[in-house]
Design a protein around this ligand. Structure first.
Ligand code: AP5
Ligand code: MG
Length: 214
């Protein structure tokens, strides 16, 4: 099963993608997590990506596409995967489609987690992230068992650099300009499914399971 998660920054793509990955036994591939891991490890890719990410801008397509096309051909992705945060532009979607065409494969579902902008700004200030394993928490809606510590790997949780209110607004603007057109793009390919992302995160997941099947 090959799935794309669509939705604004903070809509809950990462939260739901992790749950999908666990339930269906497929890898969760988040370009944001890959970039953050590279920043943490001080790689060249990380240095390049950071200048864009800190401003709330998209990392250029040429740094992103090859990375994902390579990742989806790894052995653990043979049975499928859930892509979170990619594609984010029409050229990225076209790049993915070309690669999948060559592999004789296609996307099964593009799930749009729909949340209005007003709800997003509230959520972001409370988010805490683990830069080691990519787990995401919220101080109210999805608190870790021990405050400030990742349940999965024990790493200290942080507020992401790009979760400051002014950067969140910038990311929302970038989303509406560059990423939202993908909703029509995948609708045109008959793979778009929309879920109401304003509900409790377990209820959002139930809607997704109804779409994907038990
Ligand atoms: P990325 O890491 O992908 O960030 P994003 O799209 O802005 O999305 P977020 O991770 O902020 O939100 P999410 O939808 O995953 O929400 P989450 O589940 O955490 O990208 C970061 C940056 O990297 C980009 O700005 C760009 O610069 C660069 N980049 C990445 N991919 C790229 C690409 N393909 N091309 C170019 N550049 C790229 O949830 C948010 C919070 O809400 C959490 O605290 C969570 O606990 C809480 N929450 C979730 N669901 C609910 C719910 N139902 N109710 C209440 N709270 C909830
Ligand atoms: Mg995320």
């Amino acid at each position: 099963m090959k799935i794309i998660m669509l939705g604004a920054p903070g809509a809950g793509k990462g939260t739901q993608a992790k749950k999908i990955a666990e339930k269906y036994g497929i890898p969760h591939i988040s370009t944001g997590d890959i970039f953050r891991a590279n920043i943490k490890n001080g790689t060249e890719l990380g240095k390049k990506a950071k200048t864009f990410m800190d401003q709330g801008l998209l990392v250029p397509d040429e740094l992103t596409c090859d990375l994902v096309v390579d990742r989806i051909q790894q052995p653990d992705a043979a049975r499928g995967y859930v892509l979170d945060g990619f594609p984010r532009t029409i050229p990225q979607a076209e790049c993915l489609k070309d690669a999948l065409d060559k592999l004789g494969s296609r996307i099964d579902y593009a799930i749009d987690v729909d949340v209005p902008d007003e709800n997003i700004v509230n959520r972001m200030g409370g988010r805490r992230a683990c830069l080691k394993c990519g787990a995401t928490y919220h101080i109210v809606y999805a608190a870790p068992k021990q405050e400030g510590i990742c349940d999965s790997c024990g790493e200290a949780l942080v507020l992401r650099d790009d979760d400051k209110p002014e950067t969140v607004q910038k990311r929302l603007n970038v989303y509406h300009e560059q990423t939202q057109p993908l909703i029509d793009y995948y609708n045109g390919q008959n793979v778009l499914r929309t879920v109401d992302g304003t509900q409790d995160l377990e209820d959002v997941f139930k809607q997704i399971v109804q779409i994907l099947g038990e």
